[in-house]
Design a protein around this ligand. Sequence first.
Ligand SMILES: [Zn+2]
Length: 262
Amino acid sequence: MKIGIICGHGNGDPGAVSPTFGSEADFVRKLAPLIKKYLSEYAEVNILDTSINWYSYLQSNYFDFSEYDYIIELHGNAGAKDHGGNGKTTGIEIWVTSLEQAITVEQNICKAIEQFGLLNRGVKVCDFLVITAIKKQGVSSCLIENGFIDDFDDMKLISDNIEEYCKILARSISEGFGLKNKEDSSADENGKYVIQCGAFKEYANAKRISDKINSIGYSNCISKINDYHKVYVGPFKNYETASEVSANLNKNKIDNYVLLNN
Ligand SMILES: [Zn+2]
């Protein structure tokens, strides 16, 4: 699986600004390499050119995002007006486009960041320019508002624990997609749904599909049932996640269908 990270603002546009913690543009450019570091344990990750202000750029230019399976656009929120710190966070929220079918990955991120200590404002829908341009190319995308730049408590919590924040964010994305750690090939916990990716008389044919799925980063196994070697991805706890992975497999030209895990 290939994941892209876009940093909001930049190229002269600071975004929101905190008197204590600096600009939103600089803040998200600190998060991106750390998220990449931790997410790379599970997927191929690329930070898109941070010198570009993608919001401005995409208004008059086309960019091909189709090599990616998922793209996150990083921002910080504004409007809390709590520069002194009132002991309460204003929180994280994630935006997806109205074209997005499933939001289980984004809900998983919000829940994980809630555990980290930020208020969970949930997943919301708006056709923001960058994520819509990406989604129109068939690539899932979301815009993450990583706390409020103008909330002292949000920024202090994240800045003081920036490694931990990025690690949790990366883990929640990989968990949401059911990606296995590249160094840990152990089987997943029991889930309700699996994805079958073909049934083959010849083991070699099943192995070829299995290898291809491994190269994308999904945990899978080959089971011999009634003379057929069947390739399974998963299991998954919920149907929406299985469907999202199924769509990514289709995109990589691997025929598959979701079924109940018996
Ligand atoms: Zn912003």
